[in-house]
Design a protein around this ligand. Structure first.
Ligand code: S3P
Length: 445
């Protein structure tokens, strides 16, 4: 499927984006692991998160769809899963595969996981290694480093104090989820703070979890069901918000978006770049834990208006706080006055595609002066973007970033291979069209 995008003079309106992908995955997994019934509202009904629902169903949890984005998960308890009768296909979803490996490390049976072509290329050893140290068995391609993988867990794992070499919420979460089954507290120390949705939600579900500096410690124990309200995904909101910053006459509000500080790096960078932004935080908490305890996934309405952008370097501890937003931030950088250096972002090479290579190649085709570094990009702006034939390489966030670039490019931009948008943001083109008129249309071959 191809998307044809044309430039627009104006972008305006108030929208909501679908539920947060990271929080949705976690709500299905914790709901299944908990004792009792978990009700979820705002669940992201996109391919990746539906894979996680299918996975917990394959393990024996019952999930009922009550309405759009509303699910009821009948928890089986952390020892209640049963051996799946078939291979679990995680599709394109790294979060499904990696968090599930953590859950399965505590299950005393074999489960086999696979994924699509992109996911089968992505590194799994980073998760398998600590789980094996805790007592799980992981076998598969590349000595257990690539899907398909088979995992056999233990009902009681050895505790671990893990020093993670990467700032990865997926690695941290897998070890913490396995830790629910350990014989003593488990800790993970990361080199920089990654998103803490697992910690927030585990606490909501009654787990004892503490954070000191960059170390998170979980005390093993059962989980009890909770009510989860998933906020809008800031990673999806970043596309219309950056579109508003770069289109000449624009003002866009994304309502009800998650504002967890471990995810808001994109807003910090946009403000340093001179973007006009208003944030109206919603009062109170949005999710409830057992016994009505509040849990903190803050949310709010974010409004961005057309702005004169200036370059701002991106690196260090900021990277994990905006890792998924780099593709669309690169588009903002291309339109900013001055040189932007993106550093310390080698992780982008092992996402759904090699995003550094893809951005350098495809934005280059659109007239951006961009060069690739081993761990980042150097972008000289402002560019005069020209419409071109570009490709997502099967990566949803590259596809959407190129569409945002197309909104300010001279002539038409044709983006190839855009089915992948459905993995995280199926409404993307419709929402852009609602803000700008018919700017983004699907062209079938
Ligand atoms: C995610 C963590 C990030 C992010 C991914 C979702 C999560 O990956 O890129 O889209 O839900 O934990 P890493 O933790 O591997 O950096």
């Amino acid at each position: 499927m191809r998307l044809r995008v044309r430039s627009v003079p104006r972008l305006s309106g108030r929208i909501e984006v679908p539920g947060d992908k990271s929080i949705s995955h976690r709500s299905a997994l914790l709901g299944a692991l908990a004792e009792g019934t978990t009700d979820i509202r705002g669940y992201l009904e996109a391919e990746d998160c539906l894979r996680t629902i299918a996975a917990v169903e394959a393990l024996g949890a019952e999930v009922t769809r009550k309405g759009p984005g509303e699910y009821r998960v009948a928890g089986v308890g952390r020892r209640g899963f049963s051996e799946p009768v078939d291979v679990i296909d995680c599709g394109n979803s790294g979060t499904t595969a990696r968090l599930l490996l953590g859950v399965l490390a505590g299950q005393p049976f074999w489960t086999f996981l696979t994924g699509d072509e992109s996911l089968r290329r992505r590194p799994m050893k980073r998760v398998a290694e600590p789980l094996v140290r805790m007592g799980a068995t992981v076998v598969g391609r590349g000595d257990g480093s690539r899907l398909p993988l088979g995992v056999h867990g233990l009902a009681q794992l050895k505790a671990l104090a893990y020093e993670s070499p990467v700032a990865s919420a997926q690695v941290k979460s897998a070890v913490l989820l396995a830790g629910l089954h350990a014989d003593a507290p488990v800790s993970v120390t990361e080199p920089a703070a990654s998103r803490d949705h697992s910690e927030v939600m585990l606490r909501q579900f009654g787990a004892r979890i503490e954070r000191r500096g960059l170390t998170t410690t979980l005390t093993p124990g059962p989980l009890s069901a909770a009510q989860v309200m998933v906020p809008g995904d800031i990673s999806s909101a970043a596309f219309p918000l950056i579109a508003a910053a770069i289109v000449k006459d624009a003002r866009v509000t994304v309502a009800g978006v998650g504002l967890n500080p471990t995810r808001t790096g994109v807003l910090d960078v946009l403000s340093t770049m001179g973007v006009e932004m208003e944030i109206a935080r919603h009062g109170g908490e949005t999710s409830e834990g057992p016994r009505g305890t509040a849990a903190g996934e803050p949310r709010g309405d974010v409004t961005v208006s057309s702005s004169a952008l200036r370059a701002s370097d991106i690196g260090g501890a900021l990277i994990p706080r905006l890792i998924d937003e780099v593709p669309v931030l690169a588009v903002a950088a291309a339109l900013a006055e001055g040189r932007t250096e993106i550093k310390d972002a080698a992780e982008l090479r092992v996402k759904e595609s090699d995003r550094l290579a893809a951005l350098a190649r495809e934005l280059g085709r659109m007239g951006v002066r961009v060069s690739e570094r081993p761990d980042g990009l150097v972008i000289d702006g402002p560019a005069r973007l020209r419409g071109a034939s570009v490709t997502s390489g099967g990566d949803h966030r590259i596809a959407m970033a190129l569409a945002v670039a197309g909104l300010v490019a001279e002539g038409e931009t044709i983006i190839d291979d855009t089915e992948c948008i459905a993995t995280s943001f199926p409404q993307f083109a419709d929402l852009l069209n609602a803000l700008a008129g018919q700017c983004c249309v699907q062209v079938d071959e």
